[in-house]
Ligand binder design. Structure first.
Ligand code: BDR
Ligand code: CA
Length: 311
């Protein structure tokens, strides 16, 4: 039976793919929306549009428009100024729900206590706020999967070791990483290792339905950006990899449990994930760091989400 899944997200091109995947394999009980890739007005509009493209009734909850403490730069130069590749899509007539994302996270965690899988694909602002409102939240969530961090310092922001989701709101990440007893961490470096071959992607899109066509259109700009920035070995779809792990943990081939903290103050390192690989701090591991997944199974889930017929 499908399990209840709540997605905290900032769509965002790779978020879109993850959301398509989720609607094939889980009972998606809501999309809680953060600012990140672009501003909140766009991430909310994109989420509503995507739910329409899918033909689902998933509620969309708007969350925090800014990080907890310091302002941050978005990633519109990667995802497009509207976060969906500036395709000029016709906006959805659907309405955002009348409940703040942080409150929705808490309510849904009570309604689905012990069963809810929470997957965080955005800066952790909404989740940190929810945790501050109710520190008991982790006890009601069956699993938390976080896309974020760069576990050996090979990040993707102007601060070399910082990955975008953590670097956008390091204080929020610190709140979550220090309060959550155990979560799965799908970091940027794993996502680069699990890029999807361009030719495979193009063949898949050619065989896909309306969902695949929509995704192909909104991802064009981000693909060009990545190819222009040395990522020529394939499409890096970070949030999609995290979603694959959330949907089916058995897809993980190799993982290590470690303590992971967040650097908040370093002038050149703010937003870095600090992994205690050698256990020198003698702190309990909070993260199960995903190092390898089954690439074939991952791509099969992606193809299915794009509407490619099986076989
Ligand atoms: C993460 O940052 C965002 O730009 C992507 O949507 C993904 O969640 C990758 O670093
Ligand atoms: Ca994202």
């Amino acid at each position: 039976m499908a399990f209840p899944l709540l997605i905290d997200t900032d769509p965002g091109v790779d978020d879109a793919l993850a959301i398509l995947m989720a609607h094939r394999g889980a009972d998606v009980v809501g999309l809680s929306i953060a600012a990140g890739n672009v501003g909140l007005a766009h991430t909310v509009a994109n989420a509503l549009k995507l739910v329409e493209v899918i033909g689902a009734e998933t509620p969309v909850f708007a969350g925090c428009p800014v990080p907890l403490v310091w302002p941050a730069e978005d990633a519109g130069f990667v995802h497009g100024a509207d976060g969906f590749g500036d395709t000029g899509y016709f906006p959805s007539a659907r309405r955002v729900a009348d409940e703040h994302a942080a409150n929705a996270i808490l309510r849904l965690s009570r309604e689905h206590a012990g069963k809810l899988v929470l997957v965080a694909l955005a800066p952790l602002t909404n989740l940190a706020l929810a945790l501050r409102l109710d520190p008991q939240l982790p006890s009601r969530v069956a699993r938390l999967v976080v896309m974020g961090g760069a576990v050996t310092g090979r990040g993707n922001t102007h601060l070399v070791p910082a990955e975008f989701n953590i670097g956008f709101d390091p204080e929020a990440a610190q709140v979550v990483f220090s309060a959550w007893p155990e979560f799965d961490l799908v970091d940027w470096e794993a996502c680069v290792r699990h890029a999807m071959d361009f030719a495979w992607f193009d063949r898949s899109v050619a065989a896909s339905d309306a969902r695949g066509q929509f995704y192909a259109a909104i991802s064009r700009k981000a693909r060009l950006f990545n190819e222009g920035h040395g990522r020529r070995h394939g499409m890096v779809v970070a949030d999609a990899l995290a979603m694959a792990v959330a949907l089916d943990p058995s897809i993980v081939r190799k993982a290590e449990r470690r303590h992971v903290g967040i650097e908040l103050t370093g002038a050149a390192t703010r937003g870095a994930t600090v992994v205690d690989w050698e256990g020198r701090l003698c702190r309990p591991a909070n993260a199960r760091i995903v190092l390898e997944v089954d690439q074939e199974r991952f791509q099969a889930v992606v193809a299915d989400a794009l509407g490619v017929p099986a076989g």
